[in-house]
Design a protein around this ligand. Structure first.
Ligand code: C2E
Ligand code: MG
Ligand code: MG
Length: 449
């Protein structure tokens, strides 16, 4: 599903575009049905069906692919209309190709969000078609021109509708751009105004005892409360701000880790830090990490760097080289959200990983049905066979915990044990749990709530 506010905003724009398209198509359908132009009616219905399928793909999670399919459908039908029905006559120019500019604009908006070769090819093809239809008459021998009494009005209707839709697209793009730049400015400001905070979520070992924590970023935005990372990290990443934000996270997390050294209950804990691949690949990443660890006087072996499978989309040789350098310096690595990204399992052999974190979608799926359980079990088994520590993320119930234990997982994290806590609460929680007698049945800390 679409979930970030930006994507919700784009979903709204596309919903509006879809509804305007539906309105225009229904208008034309009525006109052509009344005129008994059945081939045009069928063409329009097929175009509507194509647009509907694209819309469903877009809102079901693959926004970019849905939008590209919608462009392809509209491009094909615009070309069919130009060649077969909107044939230029004396004094009546062809105008359907004006819509091609809108299709190219939608493509451009999509390209801004996600740079793909396919999208670039679609934009180029659309513009090429526009240039061809604008500069040549191109009359297909089997054309079935629109009756002249209607064709007379087509240029005006197409010119008005094409211009209105194009203007709407430009306004939408501008709004999207302003929102984004406003957000980017706010993130930059937050960094220098100390509005970011780190929360810590306990990580548990096989015996159910806290043996580490994951540092999770929050934005304490004035007037908006605690903003979760899903609402600003994608924007920060697109704007190239994640290396700066990540650097702040590392420095702050390591300072906290240094504080833990002063109490026997927290001294043995490891700290997991999420790293984006663009940050990892910064030329001075290793140097800065070692510098921060040195300043805070923490041993690299207490630091676990969490990467997601998005690393597989980067220059994998460079990533492996960087990870090896860091591993040689003593830092440890974990592969986060395992199973949700690129399934380039082959790379698991090459990365110096110590741990995989089974994504919480598999953990919740495991207790839902047999298929879910089989998948979770095999992911865990694979990790264990590869001699990796297997952590089950997002444990929310005792059933999930028991099942993931049965599947061989040796580390756990989830709301069942504790939600992410601020630094003070995390320390107090750990001290309290280390002082308490472990639960006699499981040897585990008392679950949250
Ligand atoms: P993640 O690294 O997989 O972190 C775990 C997320 O799952 C956290 O969400 C945590 O609050 C949530 N979670 C933990 N247990 C449960 C549970 O039992 N049920 C449910 N429903 N959720 C659970 P959060 O803090 O919103 O972070 C979301 C994502 O944002 C993180 O996923 C990580 O990818 C990213 N993130 C957070 N902090 C940072 C950071 O400092 N740097 C980078 N690069 N990414 C970060
Ligand atoms: Mg993580
Ligand atoms: Mg995760």
């Amino acid at each position: 599903m679409l979930n970030t506010p930006n994507e919700e905003h784009l979903e709204y724009i596309c919903k509006m575009a879809f509804l305007s398209g539906l309105l225009v198509t229904t208008g034309w359908l009525t006109v052509f049905t009344l005129m008994q132009q059945w081939t045009i009616v069928i063409t329009l219905l097929m175009m509507g069906a194509g647009a509907f399928v694209s819309w469903r793909i877009a809102v079901r999670g693959n926004f970019s692919a849905g939008l590209m399919l919608a462009q392809a459908v509209h491009l094909v039908y615009a070309i069919i209309f130009c060649l077969l029905y909107d044939v230029p006559e004396a004094g009546i120019p062809r105008t359907t190709h004006l819509y091609l500019l809108t299709i190219a604009l939608v493509g451009f908006i999509n390209y801004q969000r996600r740079h793909t070769l396919m999208q670039m090819v679609l934009i180029a093809t659309t513009l090429l078609a526009f240039i061809i239809f604008s500069s040549a008459e191109l009359v297909y021998p089997f054309a079935h021109p629109i009756p002249q009494r209607l064709h007379l009005y087509l240029p005006l209707v197409n010119a008005v509708a094409g211009t209105v839709i194009l203007c709407g697209g430009i306004v939408a793009m501008h709004t999207d751009f302003s929102r984004r730049s406003e957000k980017i400015r706010a993130i930059q400001y937050a960094l220098y105004n100390n509005e970011f905070v780190l929360f810590f979520q306990p990580l548990l070992n096989a015996a159910g005892q806290i043996n580490g924590a994951e540092a999770l970023l929050r934005w304490q935005q004035p007037g908006k409360g605690m903003v979760p990372p899903s609402e600003f990290i994608p924007d920060a990443q697109r704007a190239g701000l994640m290396p700066a934000v990540g650097d702040w996270v590392i420095a702050t997390a390591l300072r906290e880790l240094a504080q833990w050294q002063s109490h026997p209950a927290t001294a043995p804990l490891t700290l997991s830090i999420n790293i984006t691949v663009d940050h990892l690949m910064k030329p001075d990443f290793v140097e800065r990490l070692i510098h921060h660890a040195g300043v805070s006087r923490v041993a690299p072996s207490r630091v676990k760097l969490e990467l997601t499978e998005s690393v597989f989309a980067s220059d994998i040789d460079a990533v492996v080289a960087k990870m090896n350098t860091l591993a040689a310096a003593g830092f440890r690595f974990s592969l986060d959200d395992f199973g949700t990204g690129f399934s380039s399992l082959n790379y698991l052999r090459r990365l110096p990983l110590e741990q995989i974190k089974i994504d919480r979608s598999f953990v919740s799926g495991a207790t839902e049905n047999r298929k879910g359980a089989v998948i979770a079990m095999h992911i865990a088994l694979m990790g264990l066979e590869l001699k990796l520590e297997v952590l089950a993320e997002g444990i929310e119930t005792v059933e999930q915990w028991r099942l993931m234990q049965e599947f061989g997982c040796t580390a756990f994290q989830g709301f069942y044990f504790s939600r992410p806590l601020n630094a003070g609460d995390f320390r107090a929680f750990t001290l309290k749990n280390s002082a308490e007698k472990p639960d006699s049945a499981s040897g585990a800390l008392s679950p949250a709530g």
